[in-house]
Design a protein around this ligand. Structure first.
Ligand code: ATP
Ligand code: MG
Length: 291
């Protein structure tokens, strides 16, 4: 169990990135959903002991993250949102090196372990290629592999699927859900579908605060029967935005639609849509006080 209590962080430039964050996260996959700049990476870096909070507490099982950062690092696997690689080193060499640091002493064991990891992220074929020559998605998969070394009990992955093609995204999802069976896995993303498909629990984060926390399906049910859709002309967006509580505007096969929140049928031409998490997400970040 990861417990985050009253966590606050203001950067030296005055940005309040974490505003009294409280979260209880158990074993399984936890999705952190929020717009750009919400504070997801700040929270993840803080849990990963890479930056300090101004106040608050984080505990993982018996480990106090702030006073025992070395203990936390032993059980942590972390994939940062952006990370550099040593360009002239191959994936195999690098993973071997990290595995050694993480305590896998026997050379034969390490070789087998690294080969298994490379297979898991589908990089075995490219294991000898220098990291500097990897494509963006390959580099991301290398990052995933290095985060999994040492059988971590707390896995933090910051937008792990960014840049992955659909096949690799699927592969990664399967891998993560396996890991989620006996570890706490925290995943940040903008992709609502990732959260629905993978996570048993989630939080919506906005402007440094937890807006809402719960089970993805239960949360999307809170808007039951209150979301309506209409196909509109391209120049009508502003009109609808001024008249209705618009959750989203989006294109489907070239046609423009609005989804609006309303207690009853909002007007002519609207049809009720089965509520979905994306609508809920937009709803919760637009009006956190009413959720
Ligand atoms: N090192 C820093 N110094 C100053 N401000 C920072 C720093 N890192 C982040 N911020 C600011 O803190 C806020 C939260 O940033 P953070 O990177 O945590 O958001 P995020 O939710 O991860 O966003 P994204 O979805 O774009 O990755 C933003 O306003 C950002 O500009
Ligand atoms: Mg981020």
């Amino acid at each position: 169990m990861l417990s985050i209590t009253n966590l606050n962080k203001t950067y030296p430039n005055g940005t309040k990135a974490l505003n009294n964050v409280n979260l209880e996260i158990g074993t399984g996959m936890f999705g952190l959903l929020g717009p750009n700049g919400a504070g997801k990476s700040s929270l993840m870096r803080t849990i990963a002991t890479l930056q300090q909070a101004d106040s608050g507490d984080i505990e993982f099982n018996d480990i106090n993250v702030f006073t025992e950062p070395d203990e936390l690092r032993k059980v942590l696997g972390y994939l940062p949102q952006d990370f550099g690689v040593y360009p002239k080193v191959s994936a195999e060499m690098m993973l071997n090196h990290i595995a050694k640091i993480k305590g896998i002493q026997s050379k034969t064991d390490r070789k087998a372990y690294v080969a298994d990891l490379l297979n898991k992220v589908n990089l075995y074929k490219f294991r000898k290629r220098n990291l500097g020559d990897y494509s963006g998605g390959m580099r991301q998969r290398f990052g995933i592999a290095q985060a999994l070394i040492g059988n971590p009990k707390l896995i933090i992955v910051d937008e792990p699927t960014a840049g992955l093609d659909p096949l690799e995204r699927n592969r990664f999802h399967n891998l993560l859900s396996e890991l989620g069976e006996d570890a706490v896995v925290i995943l940040s993303t903008h992709i609502v579908d990732d959260v629905i498909n993978l996570c048993t629990n989630m939080a919506v984060f906005n402007e440094g605060s937890v807006v809402v926390q719960g089970h993805p399906l239960e949360l999307s049910n809170t808007l039951n029967g209150k979301v309506y859709r209409k196909s509109i002309a391209k120049d009508e967006t502003e009109l609808y935005q001024s008249k209705y509580n618009v959750l989203s505007t989006y294109l489907r096969s070239g046609n423009l639609y609005v989804n609006v929140f309303a207690e009853g049928v909002p007007g002519e031409g609207f049809e009720k849509v089965a509520n979905n998490l994306e609508d809920f997400y937009f709803y919760s970040i637009n009006q956190p006080q009413t959720v």
